[in-house]
Write a protein that binds this ligand. Sequence first.
Ligand code: ADP
Ligand code: MG
Ligand code: ZN
Length: 489
Amino acid sequence: MSTLAVAEDVIAKYEPVIGLEVHVQLGTKTKIFCGCVTSFGAEPNTNVCPVCLGLPGALPVLNRQAVELAISAALALHCRVNPFSRFARKNYFYPDLPKGYQISQYDQPLAEHGWLNINIDGIAKRIGVTRVHMEDDAGKSIHDGFRDSDVYTYVDLNRSGAPLIEIVSEPDIRSAGEAYAYLTEMKQVMQYISVSDCDMEKGQLRCDANVSVRPRGREELGTKAEVKNVNSFRFVKQAIEYEIRRQVELIESGGTVAQESRLYNVETGQTVSMRSKEQAHDYRYFPEPDLVPLQVSEHWLHEVKSRLPELPADRRERFATDYGLREYDAQVLSLTRETGDYFETAAKVSGDGRATGNWVTGDLMGLLKAAGKEIAESPISAQRLGELVALISKGEISGKLAKEILAKMFESGEAASAIIDREGLKQISDSGALEKIIDEVLAANPKQVEQYRSGKTAVAGFLVGQAMKASRGQANPAAVNELLKAKLG
Ligand code: ADP
Ligand code: MG
Ligand code: ZN
């Protein structure tokens, strides 16, 4: 990333103010106003019909599932869902927008006045959500570059009419890091509630960042620049960092920030002006005449609400209190809904949340990663992992042995007990059997026994190790220790 010539202490005199506009593609089977499928990667211009091609006279019909997903998102963001909202035409020309307008919502959006908490160095910060509204997506222009001294651009309308929500934040964000945390939390929430897969490579989550700076202590907001359509969280962060520096430098050198849209160039790490306020669109919004207003009854709202799963933030907190997990582990174990469900099932079976958490985040995740598998595809079921942890807790197998058993379970999918029975791997705590092992170890190591008796008691560790080895790791280490000392002393 390129750096501009402003010193850090000059930057620090300014407070960045950031508001994010996030577009999320709703995970419906079909488009928002027609029955065409939304599947990604189909032959260009095959999932189209008169409605999403924008042919004259074709009429839109609102997709009920899209509305339910939009309501779910709004509720998860603690918004007030308006009983009555309206679609509006947002007029502009673009080659991949055949209608000549986007169907969006304007002065009467689906939902307003929400919030999302982000976690900054262990402290929760609330970011206001101004509104959540529904709209249709445009098609996609594919720029094919130069050929025979001509530029080729193709238009694929498969995406035209894909259902979107736009989530507009309040200008509550104060750093690039906070913006990153907001986006991460947003994505997690949307995935948890099955509103969207939020696959950024497929354009299912897109973000515009509005950035301004003001001298610290000043109330009034500075003029903002909008960085459009950045396609990864990392780049959003970089673009905001650049933009803050650019604006401070501009102000410090006596200039003023122009209200404009800018593009982030990944190659140079800089933002460049795309269009200024003078060229800004006047969208000439007006109510969409082809659609009746959207009414969301109390009953419908409750129905959607009752189907919402536990939100990630609630789950993190509950995992920490119910299972005594450290904050970091609670976070890792609730990262996806599947991981959280897996952990919780296993913890209930084992009766030991902390130990279960360690086995999931440590060995199990290691094995999954090496095998390129998601937790939902784990060859070891949550039930069976819970059983394994219970065996350790009851002292029937050592932790070391459990690692080997876990690896075998991962191979075969068998229960731990089946492997233990077949291979005779139970921990040996029976003192008769242990005594026999220890006697052998003492006989084989007279020098160390001698040293111990002459006061070098540290050598006991070596002898315990030998006994463990002789038992193929199956001896109960505490019992070995005790018996050994009794025999030597
Ligand atoms: P516009 O009409 O230009 O789209 P909006 O008022 O709708 O502007 O706000 C768009 C986004 O910009 C919101 O996320 C909002 O929080 C943010 N925003 C508004 N004013 C500022 C500002 N001065 N600095 C940074 N962000 C801002
Ligand atoms: Mg805007
Ligand atoms: Zn269609």
